[in-house]
Design a protein around this ligand. Structure first.
Ligand code: SAM
Length: 160
């Protein structure tokens, strides 16, 4: 199974991959919504459209792959940002583990999604997935540029 995600801007050419957290924290402090989705106005974001695009983007990812998220699924959202797609996933799945390398953006995600009950917000690196228990999840949503995504069949954290 392959999950793909519209362009993540975390790994710009000028950013050393060893510094993703610092870089992402800075972007989150600067303007978290714009950083996640640059279709929003930098100064006056249309938040309704922002959350709606989370749903639309998820659908654009799932449809071509003929994948669905089922009510019994546990899904990992790697690079969850402020939870734009996490929220859409949470409305379909039993549980979402939302992982991000940036504590700053996770703080905003928790605040903006306080009403969403079935999400665990976890600080971690999508390259290692270290906090996620082996064999505990069915699905992973990966940003295209997080290096070395887990292999779905071989990685013990994903039940094939
Ligand atoms: C452009 S945002 C996308 C957020 C969300 N997936 C969405 O589409 O709304 C990319 C996110 O990936 C996170 N990120 C970047 N590198 C990461 C890594 N190695 N592990 C986990 N998260 C990472 C960033 O902090 C940022 O919140």
């Amino acid at each position: 199974m392959r999950w793909d995600l519209a362009e993540s801007r975390c790994y710009g050419a000028a950013v050393a991959p060893t510094e993703p957290e610092r870089f992402c924290d800075e972007r989150a402090r600067e303007n978290a919504l714009f950083y996640v989705d640059d279709q929003v106005d930098y100064r006056d974001p249309d938040t309704e459209a922002f959350w709606r695009r989370g749903d639309e983007t998820l659908e654009k990812i799932l449809s071509p792959l003929e994948q669905t998220v089922s009510p019994q699924d546990t899904v990992v959202d790697i690079g969850c940002g402020v939870g734009r797609m996490t929220r859409a996933l949470a409305s379909r799945a039993a549980r979402v583990i939302a992982l991000d390398v940036s504590q700053e953006i996770l703080a905003r995600a928790r605040e903006l999604n306080a009403q969403v009950q079935n999400v665990e917000w976890i600080h971690g690196d999508g390259r290692t997935l270290a906090p996620i228990a082996a064999g505990s999840v069915e699905r992973m949503l990966l940003p295209r540029r997080v290096p070395a995504p887990p292999r779905s069949r071989d990685d013990a954290r994903v039940r094939a």
